[in-house]
Design a protein around this ligand. Structure first.
Ligand SMILES: Cc1ncc(COP(=O)(O)O)c(C=O)c1O
Length: 483
């Protein structure tokens, strides 16, 4: 009895993801999730990008089990522990040293927004300036400082106080591919009468995760970095979602060949879904006084254990990077094929590495496709200012067969929603022949035999599935509407 209503009776209305994915999850391994009724789902959301190595990754799990069984410390404030030392050493040996990045590591409270708060605070302390340049469609968290750097109106409105100390500038491509927004920013900063205060820092994502999978081009990043250097403005990359291999390299900025002054990491850093966040700080900028920025939960040793295991296992050689490149390319081709098939309904294919998606011209169709895909066993989230981008964020370890299985579900859902006929495909200006399909693609007509259960809120495939279960307006983490 209680199970039926537990969440609606006792959990705050602020809950978000279960509104789009009304199921009661129980177990998970790799890219597979299983609910309490034994129904299997493929996970293309991966804990909003916090499970790059998949659910219950066996390498990480075995390290964690061993650590727990020998009564390794779970929580340690920021006291020194063997687990923390091993993580720092793994970070240095596998990531920082090979990339010639002379960063020190600040351990903050365990969520992404904690790291962003610390990074912004540090930039202000170093420079003695207040203003921080942020970018259109950026998402950096929902605590007050980070929220001031976040674009999303829904989240901003909830702040209850004025959000201050930031100036928003157009991201790369925001005003069109041919408009150089760095030049625009430069002009404003160099004009003493522009009304824009010289900032302490710029903060940006190299690929905007929640804001719509917008990719900053490498030359734009390099010019922005040079512009900052010339004016003693710190360059902060928020790699909380795009980092840890998501875009193909460990850091998203590697492609551009730049070295940010400050980097924030969280989400997939622990690799096991355990809360953990850090700020990487160029050594010369580590001006913190002891304990000046602190917090109780800066010592999640279980997270240190799994993070070290992930770095040691996946990042000592280029094997994992090569795998991400191959899968990312496959993902790109399959999404482009969908763009070709569904022509006018899809604006573009976007993203980088294994952080890619398709943009629906009509956001309501994206919602419908997501709901239909869920009914057919795929968990996929949307992003972008209008929730118009269907975002593939599967674990980087997803086997090829499951990658294709999930993409088949997505493509089938799009086909149903757009009601594509052969005649439509022939008429489409971006017809299928313009985008040759990769060899292994086959659209599978799926059986939707899952049993509907009111008690668990599971939606009946092909019927209630295309409307949201609660009937209320709801929003995902990125704050966009879903009905
Ligand atoms: C780029 C980026 N920064 C910061 C955050 C905030 O992280 P958290 O939700 O753990 O506070 C997110 C969350 O999605 C993010 O994508």
């Amino acid at each position: 009895m209680l199970r039926k209503n537990t969440f609606s009776l006792l959990e705050s209305e602020v809950r978000s993801y279960p509104r789009n994915f009304p199921c009661m999850l129980d177990r998970a391994r790799g890219t597979e999730l299983v609910d309490v009724n034994g129904r299997r789902y493929l996970d293309f959301l991966a804990g909003a990008g916090s499970l790059n190595y998949g659910h219950n990754n066996p390498v990480l799990k075995s390290a964690l089990i061993k650590y727990i069984e020998r009564d390794g410390i779970t929580h340690s404030l920021d006291l020194h522990t063997a687990a923390k030392e091993r993580f720092i050493e793994a970070m240095w040996c596998a990531i920082l040293k090979p990339r010639k990045l002379d960063y020190v590591i600040q351990f903050t409270g365990p969520t992404g927004t904690n790291a962003v708060e610390a990074a912004m605070k540090l930039a202000r302390k170093i420079t003695g300036r207040t203003n921080i340049i942020t970018f259109t469609n950026g998402f950096h968290g929902v605590s007050l400082g980070a929220l001031a750097a976040t674009g999303n109106k829904h989240h901003r409105k909830a702040s209850g106080v004025p959000l201050q100390g930031t100036t928003v500038m157009p991201y790369d491509g925001y005003l069109g591919a041919n408009i150089d927004t760095v030049q625009y920013i430069e002009r404003l900063l160099d004009d003493p009468s522009s009304g824009v205060d010289l900032p302490a820092a710029v903060i940006l994502e190299c690929v905007q995760g929640e804001g719509g999978l917008n990719v900053a081009r490498a030359p734009w990043l390099r010019r922005l970095k040079a512009m900052c250097e010339a004016r003693d403005i710190l360059f902060i990359v928020d790699d909380i979602q795009a980092g840890c291999g998501r875009t193909g390299t460990f850091f998203s900025f590697e492609e551009a060949g730049i070295h940010p002054d400050i980097v924030t990491l969280s989400k997939s850093l622990s690799g096991y879904g355990l809360p953990m966040a850090v700020v990487l700080i160029k050594r010369e900028f580590d001006v913190w006084k002891p304990g000046e920025h602190n917090g109780t939960f800066r010592g999640n040793n279980h997270a240190f254990v799994t993070a070290a295991a992930a770095l040691e296992h996946y990042w000592q050689t280029s094997k994992f990077t090569d795998e991400i490149a191959a899968k990312g390319e496959h993902l790109r081709r399959r999404l482009q094929r969908m763009e070709g098939r569904f022509g006018p309904h899809i604006r573009d294919t976007r993203g980088r590495g294994m952080m890619r998606g398709i943009t629906c011209v009509d956001p309501a169709k994206a919602d419908e496709i997501g709901a239909r895909a869920f009914a057919d066993g795929l968990i996929i989230e949307r992003c972008g200012p209008h929730d118009e981008v269907l975002k593939c964020l599967m674990p980087l370890t997803t086997p090829e067969a499951e990658l294709d299985e999930g993409l088949d579900i997505l493509e089938q859902a799009a086909e149903t929603v757009f009601r594509v006929s052969k005649a439509f495909e022939a008429r489409s200006p971006k017809g299928i022949s313009a985008n040759p399909a990769p060899a292994r693609i086959a659209v599978i007509a799926r059986s939707t035999g899952a049993s509907a259960s009111k008690s668990t809120g599971i939606v009946k495939p092909g019927k209630a599935a295309v409307t949201r279960a609660s009937g209320k307006k709801s929003r995902g983490q990125n704050g966009q509407l879903s009905a």
